[in-house]
Write a protein that binds this ligand. Structure first.
Ligand SMILES: Cc1cc2nc3c(=O)[nH]c(=O)nc-3n(C[C@H](O)[C@H](O)[C@H](O)COP(=O)(O)OP(=O)(O)OC[C@H]3O[C@@H](n4cnc5c(N)ncnc54)[C@H](O)[C@@H]3O)c2cc1C
Length: 535
């Protein structure tokens, strides 16, 4: 007999388990099916953005995550970029996501993904409404108007069927769920094979002491046409991962991988390999993140090389976005448009991230390396190299994903959902709320509820604001939307939020803001919860 749950999650990597935690904390009955018993021992997904740390904070596990860090305290998480190889005189240490730190409530972190997954799995185990089926793989996924049926099998050939109201495929780049749902995709297939090596070498650590201490080292060689030769630290002084392009036809048997690493570094050094794997570089995005009762999230929805650290960070944002929307639907206040908005919000973000911040960067570097060479024209190269350094700040600053064009956000007229934006403290509909201190000394983030929050800022007993709050509260009661109201003064840091009334979604994005009550508070609410698309 089939077991029944509200949601079936296929794949228990960081995104699947993150989604299970988000649903579990909202009391949703979900089952997670993961074919592996333990996380893959590859030190990938290390660069965790401040926004990702906000998710861990919301899930009550930010301290547990930070305690798993293996880098020494104070170790910079950014890296070195060098021309040609790591012996070059041309190098710089570009800024990383710490330059956008002030707009997030949590700081960046760096640790191997298997530790992140351990922390997530431990949190999931504390959620009574979540069932984990490790060691089981999804084989077949069917859906009709009434629900989904997922056939799972274990290594011994035992089979079971799980029924659910929705299925979410978080099953990685080769997603079975995506294929079973019939979702196609587009993007760039570069026909470029890459190597991923995990190794130990104290000698490499010693040779890199010529640079200020950093976590990663990227050698941009003109022969590699913009593809990175990338060394990343795992345990400082001891272990590393490395990825780089390799020629077509490369196999484990016909290639001296030590020579590949030595070429990238520009010098020989002792290496003990723990893992060597080959993969194809692709930047792709699914045509849609939803078909009927089936959704996809994380690498199942978008695949890309680990350039810029967008994978696990983007995937966990998918999970956070979808989790509260599914819960709202089950709790009876979220509408169909809210579920539709998951793909409408998340897909364009990755489409632009892949195109402009990943593929675009490979192409820019390819072009740049072809145009400038210190051997051909040193003066031109020196000037261009200095310009490159200055550009890095702008790139990081301009990555500010927002949902201005979302059907469930009261964005500006003509607003478009985009990965490009500008960080600002001022609240804007469709944008991430920024942390600011309230008069109580608490940060606004510490006052947010798990569902919608109305932040009402007024000096003294501001009659207009009090009346607007009553109108919005009354609308939420009518629409049965759980709401927490936070009242504070419109002064100090709080005034930098730039609006006296801010309606914040469960995922910390602003649904609406203004200085007066909206013309029709109920219509606004209905739009934010996807039961009415136009207000
Ligand atoms: C070298 C390297 C460095 C990286 N660095 C970064 C970084 O710094 N920052 C960043 O954000 N990202 C980084 N990434 C990318 C990041 O690791 C991925 O984006 C991330 O793992 C995606 O998580 P996921 O849960 O979507 O998919 P996965 O981690 O691939 O998990 C999918 C899970 O689904 C399971 N599964 C598959 N099929 C089935 C099935 N049929 N039934 C049941 N289970 C199934 C798999 O066993 C797996 O556990 C890096 C990747 C690499 C390779």
């Amino acid at each position: 007999m089939a077991t029944k749950h509200q949601v079936v999650i296929v794949g228990g990597g960081p995104v699947g388990v993150g989604l299970a935690v988000e649903l579990g904390l909202r009391g949703i009955d979900a089952v997670l099916v993961e074919r592996r018993l333990t996380p893959q021992p590859i030190p990938k997904g290390q660069n965790l953005a401040p926004r990702t740390l906000e998710h861990f904070w919301s899930w009550g596990i930010v301290d547990e995550l930070r305690a798993k860090r293996i880098m020494p305290p104070g170790m910079p998480i950014n890296g070195i970029v060098a021309y040609k190889d790591l012996t070059s005189d041309y190098w710089y240490a570009p800024p990383q996501r710490e330059i956008v730190q002030q707009w997030y409530y949590q700081k960046v972190e760096r640790l191997p993904q298997y530790y992140t997954e351990e922390v997530l799995r431990a949190r999931m185990a504390q959620c009574p409404s979540i069932t984990a089926r490790f060691g089981w793989a999804a084989e077949k996924i069917e859906q009709d108007e009434t629900g989904v049926r997922v056939t799972i099998a274990d290594a011994n050939g035992a089979r079971e069927t799980i029924e659910g109201e929705y299925v979410v495929g978080c099953d990685g780049g080769r997603s079975k769920t995506r294929a079973e749902l019939g979702i196609g995709g587009g993007g760039d297939d570069y026909d470029q094979m890459m190597v991923l090596a995990v190794f130990r070498s104290t000698e490499l650590h010693q040779r890199l002491e010529r640079f200020p201490l950093r976590s990663t080292y990227n050698a941009l060689h003109p022969d590699h046409k913009g593809y990175w030769q990338f060394f990343g630290r795992v345990e400082v002084g001891k272990s590393w991962f490395f990825h780089a392009p390799v020629p077509p036809g490369t196999t484990a048997d016909n290639t001296d991988f030590s020579a590949v690493l030595h070429h990238a570094a520009g010098f020989p050094f002792a290496i003990e390999f723990d893992h060597v794997g080959l993969w194809d570089l692709r930047v792709t995005v699914a045509d849609t993140y939803r078909v009927g009762r089936g959704f996809i999230a994380g690498d199942a929805a978008h695949s890309h090389p680990p350039y810029g650290g967008y994978g696990v960070n983007t995937g966990l944002e998918d999970a956070r976005n979808l989790g509260w929307k599914l819960a709202a639907k089950f709790q009876g206040w979220g509408g169909e448009t809210l579920l539709e908005s998951y793909s409408a919000e998340r897909r364009p973000i990755f489409e632009e991230t892949g195109r402009d911040f990943i593929a675009g960067r490979i192409e820019e570097d390819r072009d740049w390396l072809a145009r400038h060479s210190p051997d051909r024209d040193k003066a031109d190269f020196d000037r261009a190299w200095n310009e490159r350094k200055a550009l890095m700040d702008t790139r990081i600053q301009s990555y500010e994903p927002h949902y201005e064009g979302s059907p469930v956000v009261a964005g500006p007229p003509g607003g478009r959902t985009s990965a490009h934006g500008k960080h600002a403290f001022a609240a804007r509909a469709g944008h991430h709320l920024t942390p600011r201190k309230l008069s109580s000394g608490k940060d606004v983030f510490e006052t947010l509820g798990r569902d919608f929050t109305l932040i009402a800022l007024g000096n003294g007993l501001d009659d207009d604001i009090a009346m607007s709050v009553r109108q919005i509260e009354s609308a939420t009661k009518t629409a049965r939307v759980p709401l927490k109201t936070v009242r504070d003064k419109y002064e100090g840091e709080a005034a930098q939020l730039g609006a006296k009334l801010i309606l914040v979604r469960p995922d910390h994005y602003v649904a609406w803001c203004g200085d007066n009550s909206p013309a029709d508070a109920l219509a606004l609410l209905k739009r934010a919860i996807g039961t009415q698309s136009i207000c």
